[in-house]
Design a binder for this molecule. Sequence first.
Ligand code: SAM
Ligand code: SF4
Length: 343
Amino acid sequence: MQSMISETLYNNSQLIDGFGRQVTYLRLSVTDRCDLRCTYCMSEEMTFLPKAELLSFEELERLCSIFIQRGVKHLRISGGEPLTRKDIISLFHKMERHLTTGALQELTLTTNATQLEKYAEELYRLGVRRINVSLDTLDEKKFLEITRRNKLTSVLRGIDAALNAGLKVKINTVALRHKNVAELERMIRWAHSRQMDMSLIEAMPMGTIDEDRIDQFIPLSAVKDLLCETMTFQESTYKTSGPSRYVTVRETGGRLGFISPLSHNFCESCNRVRITCTGQLYTCLGNEGMIDLRSPLRADRTNEKLVRAIDQALLTKPRGHDFNISRRGQDPSVNRHMSVTGG
Ligand code: SAM
Ligand code: SF4
């Protein structure tokens, strides 16, 4: 039975998992390193992957091209902080041809924006139209507390540069119980006044950090209740390729998304897989299971072993994740940090 299913998928050019979901979205983490240390994402002292194990840009392009040939339409470059990888722009140069042919509908980026000022114009020239910028506060002191680095000014300059270059920017903000909940309304008004969509994200129990997640986590249902005291949310049918569920804020006319992996599981419509900078393929953010693509990638130039490994991985894509933050001292649901697979 198992071999029959593999055979079927091997011959099928589309990437369909064991539950009939089609994979059209690839997130690629180009480095697990970062110039910030967000308290919900990393600990201050991190052991990063050895640089020698990183896939080269040629290898990353080869991998992405196979996924694009098999139906991936959206590619998001993430990390760690993708813009800190040396010569990262050359990867965008390599991927541009897939946009030109139309095989790839969208090439996007998730960034903390500390280096964005330098890259914004070139990203636009290379076909990037939409980016996500992660920003959890507009307050300098809080920014230092949350990210442990004093870089808010560079981030704001990066956002300005992106908007000036013509990039559509979405602000992603993790709702943090004792840190930024009271500031969210101001951030929404700020983002919308600059024509930026914004999404709120629930903190996820991924990787060991220096704080207890229970002190960080707040369900977005509670955040929504708070915001509704001063704002009016109108249902919206707007949808991107990501997991945000959107409303329109009547007072601003802007869009607000909710990404609630804990309180509202969205796995039934999951269309994505993730690849790390060392070539590990994860079919689920909330699961430890992965398949190594680096060995088959390096084994031969025909891609045969690689395609077989990808098909095998698809069959292991679980129905859904099972994140849980319910008590103090709880181990993370998955040991890997979000920075390994990209957000
Ligand atoms: N460094 C880039 C950035 O921050 O945009 C890209 C990588 S970062 C891992 C991608 C996204 O994951 C960011 O929006 C970040 O806020 C989010 N993130 C990281 N750790 C998280 C966690 N434990 N729970 C929820 N979101 C997390
Ligand atoms: Fe770096 Fe992004 Fe993680 Fe913050 S969330 S530490 S910016 S990888």
